[in-house]
Design a protein around this ligand. Structure first.
Ligand SMILES: *Cc1c(COP(=O)(O)O)cnc(C)c1O
Length: 397
């Protein structure tokens, strides 16, 4: 927790008498983080933000000075990004794009369109013809991992709905060659998320480059860009051991020099690693009870606001903000932290050691800035939404 967040929460805790439930975002911390990420990245690389991690306007505005552009994964995100960050380059990707969404992307003049299948390529060809617009295309590829380690969440390296099979590449290349309105700008990979291992990720980058090199030689392709995806990981189990972006970037130049020699730019499109750290979800403890031998603390709110721990099946890191005047109900116990939903799945952290806890105390869950509020089933049980606080908001934004 940054000192600003701590101070704000302490003040709020002193003022509030009704059970509290809120998201709090630290935009100054977000700006600092993205600026450090940016500084570490060698030349020859670009950094995009995958908006689906957290598309809140203040987040997009805070990032827009530091990123090269934004990735949209739906027509909705595309319109939203056009409105919120006008003039910034946009990518449109994702499976199952509607024809109307492809058309919207072509009309908007997105920087580049990521194509996920041969069907989509045909649809795009027809739309580009009709709109009389040249469209730059990246082909999203799924490839076998060839000895490289995977992570907890795999979008590729095994059968998935994402990207083209290498066997389909000749057909895709012919389709593009036959279409005067489609131009092959490069290739796109996003094979895994939750990457915590620098060596593994470097090996993955090398595999991407080898593949692209091979395809370019085999089919005499001339391309400009390789999008190496996102997937840089946050370590929820041990927040001191997130992916080491600085060390990764220090070792990137070897890889970048290979791509630069061929005239290729490397583009990252990260979501979680950029946004997770700036967000906090806070629940006030409503009840503490022992049930068949185990302690439970029931907080105001739950996984309908903050689905991240349920979605990832992890115990989410948290800290307790005691109300000073409150005598503790329990000391040094293992406590399961749950919300208000009538389902045993409404668990944010299981059997966690807690030094002291009372009703009225606050549970502060960190790393709640990405895939949190926006992935939650907010209408389940019709509880009221959390309050939202933005720290470090700049004037006019
Ligand atoms: C979701 C997504 C990302 C961002 O992934 P993170 O794990 O949040 O970095 C990047 N690229 C594609 C294609 C995605 O679907």
């Amino acid at each position: 927790m940054t000192p600003q967040v701590q101070q704000t929460l302490q003040q709020l805790q002193q003022q509030r008498t009704e059970p509290f439930c809120a998201y709090l975002y630290d935009l100054a911390a977000l700006r600092q983080h993205i600026s450090a990420m940016r500084r570490a990245l060698p030349t020859g690389c670009e950094l995009f933000y995958a908006a689906k991690a957290n598309p809140e306007a203040p987040v997009l505005h805070a990032l827009s000075d530091y990123v090269d552009g934004f990735e949209a994964a739906s027509g909705g995100e595309l319109s939203w990004l056009r409105e919120q960050v006008p003039g910034k380059p946009l990518i449109f990707g994702g499976p199952g794009k509607l024809e109307s969404e492809l058309q919207q992307a072509v009309q908007h003049g997105v920087d580049v369109l990521h194509v996920e299948s041969l069907t989509e390529l045909c649809r795009l060809h027809a739309i580009a013809q009709r709109e009389n617009q040249t469209v730059k295309v990246l082909l999203r590829m799924n490839v076998a991992l060839e000895g490289i380690g995977g992570t907890r969440l795999m979008m590729g390296g095994k059968p998935t709905p994402f990207g083209l099979d290498e066997e389909e590449l000749p057909a895709a290349l012919s389709e593009i060659a036959a279409s005067p309105r489609l131009s092959l700008h490069g290739f796109h990979f996003h094979l895994m998320s939750h990457q915590l291992d620098v060596d593994n990720h470097l090996a993955l980058m090398r595999l991407y480059l080898e593949k692209v090199q091979m395809w370019c030689e085999r089919w005499q392709l001339s391309i400009a860009l390789i999008n190496v995806g996102g997937g840089i990981g946050i370590n929820y189990a041990d927040p001191t051991q997130h992916f080491d972006w600085a060390r990764f970037c220090q070792r990137l130049p070897d890889i970048v020099s290979v791509s630069q020699a061929r005239g290729w730019t490397l583009r990252f499109e990260c979501g979680r690693y950029i946004a997770a750290g700036c967000g906090y979800y806070v629940m006030e403890v409503l009840d503490i009870k022992k049930n068949l031998g185990e302690w439970f603390a029931i907080g105001r709110g739950g996984t309908h606001h903050f689905r991240t721990p349920a979605a990832q099946s992890h115990n989410h890191p948290f800290s307790v903000m005691r109300r000073e005047q409150n005598p503790a109900w329990i000391y040094n116990e293992q406590v399961t932290l749950v919300g208000q939903l009538c389902t045993p799945k409404d668990v944010l952290a299981r059997q966690q050691p807690v030094a002291a806890l009372a009703v009225g105390d606050w549970l502060v869950f960190s790393l709640a800035g990405a895939y949190a509020w926006n992935i939650s089933h907010q209408n389940f049980l019709m509880h009221s939404p959390p309050e939202v606080f933005w720290l470090g908001r700049e004037a006019g934004r």
